[in-house]
Design a protein around this ligand. Structure first.
Ligand SMILES: Nc1nc2c(c(=O)[nH]1)N[C@H]1C(S)=C(S)[C@@H](COP(=O)(O)O)O[C@H]1N2
Ligand SMILES: [Mo]
Length: 232
């Protein structure tokens, strides 16, 4: 067995050697507008709305190598990310702002492209969840989420929001219109439990999603090429 084959993948996943720009097809042609300024807006019922400029400054830089698992069944192994732990960002930048007596249950993550999803706060506080600004030793490219993205390796890729612009902290159930059909956005989407979507079993979604990979990756590449050409 080669080293690659020995690295086992979670149920239903297959290794892919390249790391494609990927997502829900409506987002292929949407790009972040702000690439230079690092800032995040925070809101939700548990904090007053505020803009945090330079949100990672003063926090401990982490370097992490982990596998990236897309719900459509491709996995790209050994991705090298650099950023700060979401947990430290929360403790240092958010906890002091929390409204007295409120406990955050759910966090909504939004990207500059309009993409959004949510995770329980408890999942985001795991040690391996980062707010990332560098990939493979260089600043994030547009393909992979510039200028800031979430990386939550234990969850399917659709929880790792790119072009992160707003984080909402909610005590009550957040008003959130899913970016895709509701069945596609599992509230936790843990890879190890194959929580690919709500209601439908993981094995069924594997079969439904797998045939879409090639065309989706091509569409995301084509959109990126068009953007590059039009900005020349
Ligand atoms: N802002 C934003 N974040 C997103 C998406 C998106 O379309 N827009 N797609 C998600 C999905 S389904 C996947 S698999 C990963 C893909 O990340 P990559 O393009 O760096 O491979 O981003 C996730 N985060
Ligand atoms: Mo995905």
């Amino acid at each position: 067995m080669t080293g690659d084959q020995m690295t086992s993948l979670p149920p239903g996943q297959r290794a892919r050697s390249d790391f494609p720009r990927f997502g829900l097809t409506p987002y292929a042609f949407r790009f972040p507008k702000i690439l230079d300024a690092l800032e995040l807006t925070v809101s939700g019922d548990a904090v007053d709305e505020a803009i945090i400029t330079e949100p990672l400054v003063g926090l401990s830089r982490m370097s992490q190598v982990c596998d990236f698992h897309c719900v459509t069944t491709w996995s790209h192994q050994n991705v090298h990310w650099e950023g700060v732990r979401f947990a430290e960002f929360y403790e240092r930048r958010i906890a002091p702002k929390l409204k007295v007596g409120l406990s955050v249950q759910t966090v909504v993550l939004r990207g500059q492209d309009g993409y959004r999803t949510s995770l329980p706060l408890a999942d985001l506080l795991a040690n391996d969840v980062l707010i990332v600004e560098r990939l493979d030793g260089v600043p994030l490219s547009i393909e992979h989420g510039a200028p800031l993205r979430i990386v939550a390796p234990a969850h399917y890729g659709y929880k790792s929001v790119k072009h992160l612009s707003r984080i909402e902290f909610w005590q009550k159930t957040p008003p959130l219109k899913p970016a895709a059909f509701a069945f596609m956005d599992h509230p936790r989407a843990r890879v190890a439990r194959e929580e690919r979507g709500r209601w439908l079993p993981g094995w069924l979604l594997r079969l439904a999603y797998r045939p879409l990979i090639r065309r989706t990756a091509e569409l995301f590449q084509k959109a990126m090429d068009q953007r590059d050409n039009s900005s020349k």
